[in-house]
Every structure is written in C-alpha cells, then in structure tokens.
Write a protein that binds this ligand. Structure first.
Ligand SMILES: NC(=O)N[C@@H](CC(=O)O)C(=O)O
Ligand SMILES: [Zn+2]
Ligand SMILES: [Zn+2]
Length: 426
C-alpha cells in the first residue's frame, strides 16, 4: 500500500494547516514524495467516526439495506467503524450469524463492521442467548442488545448484566417498558392528543433506565442506554453516574433536532422509536451531550422499504436513515450553537463510542504511531439532503431537502481512502 499524505489539514480544527503522513496504516513522521496526496485545503481532521447503533438489515431485508450499501453510507458519512444491530432475520443471536456479518463486513472492506449480539433468543425476551459463544466466536462480540425490543424482564436483564460483566462486554438497552407503550404511535403529549395518536410516555423510557442503572450498579456491570430521548432520562443518568454506576448513553441526531411538531403532516418519515419528543427535550438532550451526561451520538440508522414507510401512520414502521446526515446534524445542533468544538465532536462521535465498545484501534489521538482511522471534514461546505442520492437502498430520511452544514471530504480506514469528495474510493 502506497503511503498517504494529507496535505494542509487541521487536526481537531486547531492551529495552522499541516501535512500528515500515513505509512502502513499508521500515522508516521516526516513526508514522502511518492505518497498518494489528499488535498486538505485547511479541512478539519478528526478520528474516524464510530457508530454504536446501526441497522444494516442483512440478513433478511436486503431489499432495504445490505452490509455493502450500509458500509458505503457509513464511509460517506465519515465512519470507520459501525455496530450492526442484531434485529435481523434470522436474528443475530448465535455465533453463525455474527460471524457471517463480521466476515461480510471485512469482504466489503469500507468500514469495520462489528456485529451486536442479541441478549435473548430471537429477541423474545424469554431466554438468554449464548452470549459467551458469540463473545468467543471469530466476531468477538462485546456489545449485546435486543434493540427494537426492550429486555423488560428484570431477572433476565440482571442475568444478562452478570454474564456481560464476566465477558467484559456491555449490554445496550432499548429502554421501553412495553406495558406502558401498548399501541403507542407518538410521544404522549399535546400533539399526540390533538392528532388522535396513542401516546408513548416518557416514563416508559425513564422507568427502565432507572431500573437498569440500579441493576448495573448492584451487579457491577456496564450498561449502555440506546437512543435517549427525554429530559427525565438525562436526569436519571446524571444521578446514576454521580453514584458511580458504570452507565453510558447515546443520543441520535434526530432527537437533537426534530420534535413532535413534525407529526402534524402525518408523514410516517417522522415515525421513529423512541418517538420525536418536545423542544424542551431537544434542548435538554443537547445540554446533556455537551456536559457528558450523554456520552455519544449514535445514528440508529434504520432503513425501511417504501411500502413500510409510504403508508398510513399506524401501519408504518418506525426508523430513519442516519449515517450520511449525522455529522451535518451534529454540526448544526452542537457546533453552530457553541455547545461543542471540534474536540467535542471527536469525543462524542469517535472517542467515547470506541471506548464504550472496547475498540482499541478507533477513536485514537491524531498522533504519530496511532492507527490511521480518520475523517476529513470541510467545515465551510454545505449540502442539500436528497434521500434518493444517499448510498442506502432505502431513502427514508426526515431531512429531505434540508441544507446541512459541513461535508466529509475523505474517510480513511487504516491508511486507505474509503470515501473521497462524496464518492466511494475505487
Ligand atoms: N429506531 C427505530 O425506530 N427502529 C429500529 C429499531 C430500534 O432502534 O428500536 C429498527 O430496527 O427499525
Ligand atoms: Zn431501539
Ligand atoms: Zn435501533
């Protein structure tokens, strides 16, 4: 592999533009006349993004996304590692499926694809899956989740935490008390009442997060909370962290910007789980991400077929695309508002998620001797979202037609360019 020279780049957006040499997949000293050159033009250099929460839909729903198309979307979005959720068909609740997902990710080679293993067999919440077998498989699973479903039985959750502790893994919980969300269609509040949609109360999330924090503390295990969506959850997390609970949490880009005001059109592109909440929640989530109560951003990239989205609200599946729009939304909501600087973006989109998942080669400092998993961002660019032009097979983005700030100039995986100027590298 030819050395790579990043010309005129600004690590973390700080200082004067400088050249960064990459040799054998590692950041090196000096320069090299024979290197392949990427012109930085003063762009911001960050550690490659890590997404703890991606739905790649393979196996089972290759009509909406495959590991290949999802990997392209990830590379174009600036990601160098993604965690593929287990709610595929068949479910990734055994070594065969997680090894298949990992292998397919390697074959595509655009981003490190780490399979998430299911916590319970078939995501049914009844019987623990073979966590140890998945952890010891070639996929070396370290994140387990029944995402899409909540591990609602407290005894099963406790056992899962106990096992995960011995495996040095983390349980990522989709916090939703199912008894409180039967038939739920939208955030329980004024808008849902006016539109006649069955409510999804904040308490359904907050009560599970509180319970799980208490269980994790008692067991001494690590808990990760998926897609935090309410002010109350942020409060519970703050309390749990203050008393020494090993809990981490993510927020999605869409929960940082969209509210349930969007529901007035009944357009199911805005249907997602957990639902879009209120402006007060959006503000609290931004604040919690800025102050570290919420550790990181995760996309919850959830491709769906046209027939599952372009239908009446109640029949539509929840979920929205996220990989290619995440950076723009984070810049819009967190950087432009002064809540995060570029160091902060590196923290919430790369360093923290890598740490939570136990990745040792991602989210590393930009320094000589470190693995060259990097993303180059043009902070002054802007672009207009067009779902049909995104790399995903599905096109269900709530950001259609929106102008987003910042653009990924190049993504680099172990010294190899995977995406450049909005295209997948040859
Ligand atoms: N977020 C969603 O609305 N949908 C996700 C499942 C999930 O993340 O809970 C999906 O798999 O489509
Ligand atoms: Zn979920
Ligand atoms: Zn999800």
């Amino acid at each position: 592999m030819k050395p790579l020279l990043l010309k005129g780049v600004r690590p973390y957006g700080e200082g004067e533009p400088q050249d960064i040499l990459i040799r054998d997949g590692v950041i090196a000293e000096g320069t090299d006349e024979n290197a392949e050159v990427v012109e930085g033009n003063g762009a911001v250099l960050l550690p490659g993004f890590v997404d703890l929460h991606t739905h790649l839909r393979e196996p089972g729903r290759e009509d909406t996304e495959t590991i290949e198309t999802g990997s392209k979307a990830a590379a174009l979005g600036g990601y160098t590692a993604v965690f593929a959720m287990a709610n595929t068909d068949p479910v990734a609740d055994n070594a065969v499926i997680v090894e298949h997902v990992a292998r397919r990710g390697q074959e595509v080679g655009l981003v490190d694809v780490h399979p998430v293993g299911a916590v319970t067999v078939g995501l049914k919440g009844e019987k623990l899956a073979e966590l140890g077998t998945m952890a010891n498989s070639k996929a070396r699973v370290r994140v387990f989740s029944d995402d899409g479903h909540c591990v609602h039985d407290p005894l099963i959750m406790r056992r899962a935490l106990e096992y995960s502790k011995s495996l040095n893994a983390v349980i990522a919980q989709h916090a939703e008390e199912p008894r409180l969300t039967v038939g739920a269609q939208a955030h329980e509040g004024e808008n849902a009442s006016r539109l006649g949609l069955q409510g999804w109360p904040a308490a359904a999330e907050e009560s599970i997060v509180a319970r799980d924090c208490i269980l994790a503390k008692q067991v001494g295990a690590r808990l990760h909370v998926c897609h935090v969506s309410t002010t109350g959850t942020a409060d519970v997390l703050k309390w749990a962290k203050a008393r020494g609970t090993e809990v981490s949490a993510e927020v999605t880009p869409h929960h940082l910007v969209l509210t349930d005001d969007r529901l007035a059109t009944y357009d199911p592109v805005n249907k997602v789980n957990p639902p879009l909440r209120t402006q007060a929640d959006v503000d609290a989530l931004r604040q919690a991400l800025a102050d570290g109560t919420i550790d990181c951003v995760a996309t919850d990239h959830a491709p769906h077929a046209v027939q599952d989205k372009d239908c009446e609200w109640s029949a539509a599946r929840p979920g929205m695309l996220g990989l290619q729009t995440a950076l723009g939304i984070v810049v819009e909501t967190m950087v432009k508002t002064g809540l995060l600087d570029w160091r902060g973006v590196a923290r919430v989109m790369s360093e923290k998620p890598a740490e939570i998942a136990g990745l040792t080669d991602q989210g590393r400092p930009i320094a000589v001797g470190e693995p060259a998993n990097l993303v180059l961002v043009d902070p002054d660019a802007s672009w207009t979202v067009n779902g049909a032009q995104l790399a995903s097979i599905a096109g269900n983005t709530p950001f259609e037609g929106m102008e987003l700030p910042a653009a990924v100039t190049a993504t680099i995986l172990r010294g190899r360019v995977t995406a450049v100027a909005g295209r997948i590298a040859e």
